[in-house]
Design a protein around this ligand. Structure first.
Ligand code: COA
Length: 450
């Protein structure tokens, strides 16, 4: 199956919504509403019981639409999915996304088998999924934009077996200012699966890092081989690693989970970075998508708050990073730009009265030091001497071509500034531990031979 087949799920010219509902609050209504606000191509609502929804002409079936339809999104009860899929095949629609639940995840293997046979004639995502999403272009999610915010365009591609995890990731990404390239929730996977989408995102020019939430795979070796060939970082979280977790997977998408150990080994073999938690997924991927590799383990910690610098130091050492002893020359240069009560030893503490200029000079001295491979920069935005010029100073640290991550701990005021930095491609974390582990992940990826 060629990649052009998959394109239809992300770049259709026309879409039918089968089961578009006239009733606000129903899934088929929400899908149509979100598509109407995001999609610039033709939309054909399909529903035999009415003639107009949201100002759009409604057709009883896809066969009643004269024009060509690229993609159909299906949100009718499971027992009538087969009938509407067959109509889609007759209409020569290239791809369908089946949102409907009620298949193998509840033991209805027969209904799912029927779909599996139809995949020879049409490409299928789902059933039991929330479909695809491309910021500003394609939004078929049935989740209200006020309750679940959408992220802006960016370079992280997301593949998820779980619609709930996927939608939560979308909301989190938006909240943290992390941009997404493409998103696909693939549910029970009667046809298009994680391997094919991985290959697709591997070739997608807008995607720099791929994130996967994976519960199981029927194509373990293909997954490994495909991942090995992809020269972009892949971060994956495997759910269902314990006995009880495996049972939960079976009743979620009807699939066998496979042991956590097998996946751990497979991920290693495939050069996939494993995330243990949801936080890790974005913590790692946003660093991998925006930063150069950490070429050695020697890092500098720069801070305007002593305690946070010490926490970062302890965690860095535990994570296998080296808090390098700064050379005499660099120390001398640092001493010239900071007060006598500041510390020019690593972690370098430029103290709570540091202004943007002191940060700029300290970053310049440390990043130009050839022995230092990367920097964790801790910035307490709340101090009286820091104004918003600091954002430009931190953004400019990109020019040194070395990994640079920020720890900014705090509430609303801090989060607003962190979001701005994310938009400039500077990964920003709320705790020293998260920032340090993201830095370690850049080292891990540099050791993966791709
Ligand atoms: N073609 C097109 N539309 C049809 C149809 C047909 N052959 N037959 C019925 N419809 C219309 C219905 O009239 C209804 O529109 P209306 O509200 O304007 O009357 C609409 O399709 C939906 O049908 P309805 O019977 O009301 O179903 P529903 O909205 O209660 O439930 C699903 C349908 C798909 C939402 C539900 O079965 C389901 O699967 N829910 C779970 C979805 C989910 O969680 N997915 C996985 C996420 S991870």
């Amino acid at each position: 199956m060629g990649m052009a087949n998959i394109d239809v799920f992300f770049k259709p010219s026309s879409i039918a919504v089968i089961g578009a509902s006239k009733t606000p609050g129903k899934i088929g209504y929400a899908i149509l509403e979100n598509l109407k606000h995001s999609f610039k191509g033709q939309i054909y609502p399909i529903n035999p019981t009415c003639t107009e929804i949201l100002g759009l002409q409604v057709f009883p079936t896809v066969k009643d639409v004269e024009d060509k339809i690229d993609l159909a999104v299906i949100a009718v009860p499971a027992n009538i999915v087969r009938k509407v899929v067959e109509e889609c095949i007759k209409k020569k629609i290239r791809g369908i996304i089946i949102i409907s639940s009620g298949f193998s995840e509840i033991g209805e293997k027969g209904l799912e088998l029927v779909l599996e046979k139809l995949k020879e004639k049409i490409r299928i995502i789902g059933p039991n999924c929330i479909g695809t999403f491309v910021p500003n272009h394609l939004d078929m999610l049935f989740l209200d934009g006020k309750k679940l915010k959408r992220p802006s365009e960016g370079s992280i591609g997301l593949i998820t077996h779980s619609g709930a995890v996927g939608s939560a990731l979308i909301d989190l990404a938006s909240n943290e200012g992390i941009g997404i390239s493409k998103f696909a929730s693939i549910g029970n996977r009667v046809d298009v699966d994680e391997v094919e989408l991985l290959e697709y995102l591997g070739k997608d020019v807008n995607t720099r890092c791929i994130v996967m939430y994976i519960e199981s795979t029927k194509r373990g070796q293909d997954l490994i081989n495909t991942a090995k060939k992809i020269t972009k970082p892949i971060v994956a979280i495997k759910a269902g690693k314990t006995d009880k977790g495996e049972q939960a997977v079976a009743s979620h998408t009807g699939a066998m989970a496979g042991s956590g150990e097998i996946y751990k080994t497979a991920f290693k073999q495939a050069g996939i970075i494993e995330a243990e938690t949801i936080e890790d997924l974005f913590d790692y991927s946003k660093a991998l998508a925006s930063q150069p590799l950490l070429k050695g383990n020697k890092i500098a910690v720069l801070t305007n708050g002593g305690g946070l610098g010490i926490i970062a130091t302890d965690i860095a050492i535990k994570e296998g990073l080296d808090i390098i002893d700064i050379s005499k020359e660099t120390e001398k240069a640092l001493k010239k730009i900071m007060p006598s009560y500041a510390s020019s030893k690593n972690p370098v503490d430029i103290t709570g009265d540091a202004n943007s200029e002191r940060y700029r000079k300290a970053i310049d001295i440390l990043m130009k030091d050839k022995e230092i491979n990367g920097m964790v920069c801790i910035t307490l935005f709340q101090t009286p001497t820091l104004d918003d010029d600091i954002i430009d100073v931190l953004r400019d640290a990109k020019m040194y071509g070395k990994p640079f991550v920020i720890c900014a701990t705090g509430g609303e005021y801090t989060l607003e500034r962190a979001k701005k930095l994310e938009k400039f491609g500077i990964p920003t974390y709320t705790t020293p531990g998260r920032a340090v582990r993201a830095m370690r992940c850049l080292l891990d990826y540099s050791k993966i031979n791709k």
